[in-house]
Design a protein around this ligand. Structure first.
Ligand code: M6R
Length: 359
């Protein structure tokens, strides 16, 4: 039931602070230590490499997961698009462990990979929102997202839940392995900060609606740019905009723009910069300047500690590994309002189904 909400998508965006708190309740002990199935941890500890597999938004959540696992556990981690992995399998390490990310647990492309993984006798974990879904039944282990039903075709709270759960798992695995970075990573505090940070963004919806009215309603295209984790979020932001507002959008590694794509920038083209990583903040800012010099309409989404007075959307500070959980939210709202104000069916965009059960 969407209650007083005009569309499920907006309701699901608004639910994200609660989803973060619920994950902390379900997966952390009273002292804030992760509570994760011992057999799963033992199996992951044996692995020399983690392979994360997913489609669409779930693949994008995996891009963040890679960074979490590599930073907190020092285990090399690869992320793959399921439909590619299924038929162009990379050379596997000696002891691979597979993580399947799937909101629905029914995505045919991901299942095709899991069938092969099972046939080869490898262990796997499905992270899903749907208990007893196909991918959950067929994997060795399951962790549930506890995000509540996601009805809108555009995935929002499942993405943030997938990232938060990967952070919990990476913390658990890193600690089990006595990794200092993991020991120091206060996951409970971080999830609390994230919940508050998301709340602050959803409380400022009017501001995002105003940005959409200014720059998004007439444009045929838009670019999201960033580096590192911000690039990963750019890909997700662009997918969301394409999917429900039919604006041709691209997520781009900001340093790569000048190697060709900048030719597409015209007077008024929206270029949204995501800036949450201190190492590369200055570089992305100068890439934004380059597009502005060619007429782009710039919008900035920036963590508070890196922000300037002129920035458009300022995000609460969290650990730099956790920033995608907050920075994605304004991009969800940008897509939502663009679709809404164009009079489109936000929850049921053309040509799409909630779960894609054909390859
Ligand atoms: O249920 P899954 O997470 O496996 O679905 C994967 C994609 O089909 C899904 O994320 C899709 O990209 C969304 N509609 C994007 O908003």
């Amino acid at each position: 039931d969407k209650g007083t909400y005009p569309f499920y998508m907006l309701k699901e965006i608004d639910e994200q602070p609660n989803v973060m708190r619920r994950l902390a309740q379900v997966y952390l002990s009273e002292t804030g230590a992760p509570v994760v199935n011992d057999a799963l941890l033992a199996s992951m500890k044996k692995a020399d490499r983690i392979y994360i597999v997913g489609a669409g938004t779930s693949y994008h959540a995996g891009l963040v997961g890679k960074r979490l696992f590599e930073n907190l556990t020092q285990t090399p981690t690869e992320v793959h698009i399921s439909s590619e992995f299924a038929y162009e399998q990379p050379i596997l390490s000696e002891k691979p462990f597979f993580i399947f990310l799937s909101q629905s647990g029914e995505t045919a492309d991901s299942r095709e990979v899991l069938v092969n993984v099972n046939a080869a006798g490898h262990e796997s974990l499905t992270i899903t929102n749907v208990q007893n879904s196909t991918l959950s039944r067929e994997a060795t282990y399951t962790m549930l997202l506890h995000a509540g039903p996601e009805i809108a075709v555009a995935s929002t709270k499942a993405y943030t839940a997938q990232i938060a759960l990967q952070a919990i798992l990476a913390k658990a695995l890193g600690e089990a392995d006595k990794q200092i970075v993991a020991q120091r990573f206060d996951i409970r505090q971080q999830l609390g900060l994230v919940a508050t940070g998301i709340q602050a963004i959803v409380d400022e919806k009017d501001k995002i609606e105003a940005l959409v009215k200014q720059s998004f309603l007439k444009t045929p295209n838009a670019f999201y740019i960033g580096r590192g984790l911000d690039w990963g979020v750019s890909l997700e932001a662009a997918l969301k905009l394409k999917e429900i507002s039919y604006v041709q959008a691209e997520g781009f590694a900001s340093g790569e723009l000048k190697h060709g794509t900048i030719a597409l920038i015209e007077e008024g083209t929206p270029v949204i910069g995501i800036i949450t990583q201190s190492k590369t903040a200055g570089l992305t800012r100068s890439n934004l300047q380059e597009t502005m010099a060619r007429g782009a309409k710039i919008i900035t989404i920036v963590s508070e500690n890196l922000a300037k007075d002129s920035d458009d959307i300022v995000l609460a500070d969290v650990d730099e590994l956790m920033t995608p959980l907050i920075s994605v939210v304004p991009t969800q709202l940008l897509a939502y309002y663009t679709s809404l104000l164009k009079g489109l069916d936000v929850d049921r965009p053309r040509n799409l189904a909630k779960s894609v059960t054909v390859e």
